[in-house]
Design a binder for this molecule. Sequence first.
Ligand SMILES: Nc1ncnc2c1ncn2[C@@H]1O[C@H](COP(=O)(O)OP(=O)(O)OP(=O)(O)O)[C@@H](O)[C@H]1O
Ligand SMILES: [Mg+2]
Length: 359
Amino acid sequence: MANGQLDMTTVEAALKDFQDPETGRSALQLDQIRDIQLSGTQLSLTLGLTTWSAPIWQDTETRLKQQLQAMFPQLTDVKVDRVIQDRAPHPLGEIGVRVKSVIAVGSGKGGVGKSTMSASIAVGLKRAGAKVGLMDADVYGPSIPHLFGVSERPQVVDNKIQPVEVEGMPLMSMGFMVPPGEAVVWRGPMLHGAITQFLRDTRWGDLDYLIIDMPPGTGDIALTLSQLLPLTGAVVVCTPQEVALLDAVKAIAMFRKVNITVLGMVENMSGFLCPDCGKRYDIFGRGGARDKAMELEVPFLGEVPINMSIRELGDAGKTTASFDDPALAPVFDAVCHRLVSNLANSAAVAPPLPQLPVL
Ligand SMILES: Nc1ncnc2c1ncn2[C@@H]1O[C@H](COP(=O)(O)OP(=O)(O)OP(=O)(O)O)[C@@H](O)[C@H]1O
Ligand SMILES: [Mg+2]
């Protein structure tokens, strides 16, 4: 490459292959890198990034600066003015939800922390700056409303369901449709119909991510979902003990069978740090999920320790508050960061074809 002479032509040539993290396409050609100004050995430019890539904005900016410094060692200053440059999502699937990435959070086993993890991933992405919706597809035991302390029923406006919002994030749950404490028996076709209606008739708005909290085990909801709209993939939550890992392996096999990409595994309840003595107790063992992920060739997204406030905040309907806890926020942020980095890496390897304008 241009290494050496520093002028507009060589700088533009050096930037040509820098990829927009969301699309994997040339940021320069998409006009997301612009206003390039060179004054002696000082360079400044504007970098426009979409809200989809919010969790990796800093990384992207750093990578751009490093690339320029590596190619032009004589640069004494690289100033990047980062701005949001959004691109609206296209309607997905036959039901036309306007979303860029749909991520299901599942497990093979109940009670391992799927709902906690879906809620935390959603809040983490939202707080980073992305547009996020959260859907509770656990028709048998919906817990998202409880985790966020919401009990109001969604309103219907102009034949569309107005989702309940938490911190500006639309939430929908089968739990909103069923009186608390009542059991629901859903049969296959009814379930399919309910989920379809649920997704299609909700006014989600434009989303970067739709996070779906899956019921434990069975694949029928995953199958229904993947027939309705293209799923970006699934995150599998597990705990470190051997029996739970076997269930996680089954969950991964199940997702693969219905052609849903496994985006990664999260090990939840991974060790307990005693608040009194500071000693770490690996109650369910540790590291099993990381090893299993390697063996199965799925990305490992992180470890979330057993932490009393996760349970307490969840029970109190204050899940968002875990992001105000300096011990917890970095743990969940790391999961969101790895998830989005991996998605961006996939886009970089296989950029989607340019979308045709909607006529
Ligand atoms: N890392 C953690 N530390 C402490 N408690 C946790 C942790 N993760 C989850 N919990 C608690 O464990 C319980 C089960 O979690 P959660 O409801 O998220 O699991 P689930 O997999 O969605 O369960 P189900 O299969 O019933 O849908 C909740 O009380 C939750 O607060
Ligand atoms: Mg759950």
